[in-house]
Write a protein that binds this ligand. Structure first.
Ligand code: NAD
Ligand code: DAU
Length: 350
């Protein structure tokens, strides 16, 4: 029996990773550590919460004592670290929170792993889940490879870049066995509706404006979240210690084209006349420091570890829309209370 710590397991990607590991590896004990911020939601894990190989621990990774106590309690074989503040717009509103969770929180986990494994690093692994945003912004052409220099440009990406550097430094300085992956934009079920796709699905459903930043001519590279989870599984089990793997779907979309595709899918699902949802598009003030284009070269992962995305984008987007329309209660629960305050502040509605 292996014991594995997954941090941030109540969030969007983390909940998919927890679900995959709990179901696929009944002989692993999966400990989900999460402090349950606005983005963490145990409803995301209702289908696995009663499984005998699953445990939840409500812990703040910024609290070093609490983190050390969890390591002492479980004697982990491995860590998959996803807990983070993850929304770029929020990082512009409050950078310090991102430094605390993403940098200090990560270093607390590294220290705890180093201490707890100090007698023998063999067969241990600290897997840090990171983002393509650490590489900065691309022009019209080119792709981010694992060799691209870091050039973070938002408080969020600066905090993630810093955490990546610390993870590598612990490998170089102390020999801690680590692996890092940098993934492109995820979409799918259980994503908090502050991010583009679920926000726009929710707004279309409620006939609310679709706030497109700038001219909508920014490009992102989209990957279905369950494909990210399978990539993490492959990298955790087959990745080479000390290495970095880029994860992406070779699936670039300009925001406005993606939004128009989403509008047409929504018209179809809601039995509205084609063109109805597009009328909600409203061009608003651009995001400060908005990165122009991200695009990932994921050939290393495919060539060395044999991972490939399983879904075409149109299929994944339709599945995602179906999920949000069929999970009205989830959407209503997460958009009540604090959500409205954030929304009004972000979109300058009051
Ligand atoms: P999310 O915001 O949906 O979830 C983050 C989770 O971390 C939440 O459950 C939250 O409660 C928890 N958390 C936050 N602060 C914590 C703290 N101090 N202590 C313990 N738990 C805390 O994020 P996500 O989109 O699922 O992203 C997960 C990870 O993947 C992040 O590290 C992010 O940088 C990375 N990533 C995200 C994407 C994406 O498109 N969403 C792409 C690439 C990489
Ligand atoms: O690239 C990986 C990153 O993708 C992850 O590391 C981040 O955690 C994740 O949030 C995501 O960052 P983005 O900033 O790319 O995602 P977001 O959904 O916020 O925005 C996608 C694009 O849509 C971006 O160009 C900004 C634009 N946008 C977003 C929102 C919320 C709008 O035009 N209007 C909006 O209201």
């Amino acid at each position: 029996m292996k014991t594995l710590l997954i941090t941030g397991g109540a969030g969007f990607i983390g909940s998919h990773v927890v679900r995959l590991f709990v179901n696929k590896y009944p002989d692993y004990k999966i400990v989900n550590l999460d402090v349950l911020t606005y983005a963490g939601n145990l409803e995301n894990l209702r289908d696995v919460e009663d499984k005998p190989n699953y445990v939840f621990e409500k812990v703040d990774i910024v609290d070093a004592k609490a983190v050390n106590a969890i390591f002492a309690k479980y004697n982990f074989d491995g860590v998959i670290h996803l807990a983070a503040e993850s929304h770029v717009d929020r990082s512009i509103l409050n950078p310090l929170e991102f430094i605390m969770t993403n940098v200090v929180g990560t270093v607390n986990l590294l220290n705890a792993a180093k201490e707890s494994w100090s007698s023998n690093f063999e067969n241990k692994l600290f897997y840090h889940v990171s983002t393509d945003e650490v590489y900065g912004s691309l022009g019209e052409t080119g792709l981010f490879t694992e060799e691209t220099s870091y050039d973070p440009r938002s408080p969020y990406s600066a905090s993630k870049a810093s955490s990546d550097h610390f993870v590598r430094a612990y490998n170089n300085t102390y020999g801690l066995p680590i692996v890092i992956s940098n993934c492109s934009n995820n979409y799918g079920s259980f994503q908090f509706p502050e991010k583009l796709i679920p926000l726009f699905i929710n707004n279309i459903k409620n006939n609310k404006d679709l706030p497109v930043y700038g001219k909508g001519d920014y490009t992102r590279d989209w990957l279905f979240v369950e494909d990210h989870a399978t990539a993490i599984d492959v990298i955790y089990h087959k990745g080479k210690i000390g290495e970095t793997y880029n994860i992406g779907g070779f699936n670039e979309w300009q925001n406005i084209d993606l939004i128009k595709l989403l509008c047409s899918i929504m018209d179809n699902k809601l039995n509205r006349e084609l063109g109805t949802s597009e009328k909600l598009i409203t061009y608003v003030k651009d995001r400060a420091g908005h990165d122009k284009r991200y695009a990932i070269d994921a050939t290393k992962l495919e060539n060395e570890l044999g991972w490939k995305p399983s879904l075409q984008f149109e299929e994944g987007l339709e599945k995602t829309v179906d999920w949000y329309l069929n999970n009205d209660e989830w959407l209503t629960n997460v958009t009540s209370g604090e959500y409205q305050k954030y929304y009004n502040k972000q979109y300058e509605l009051n």
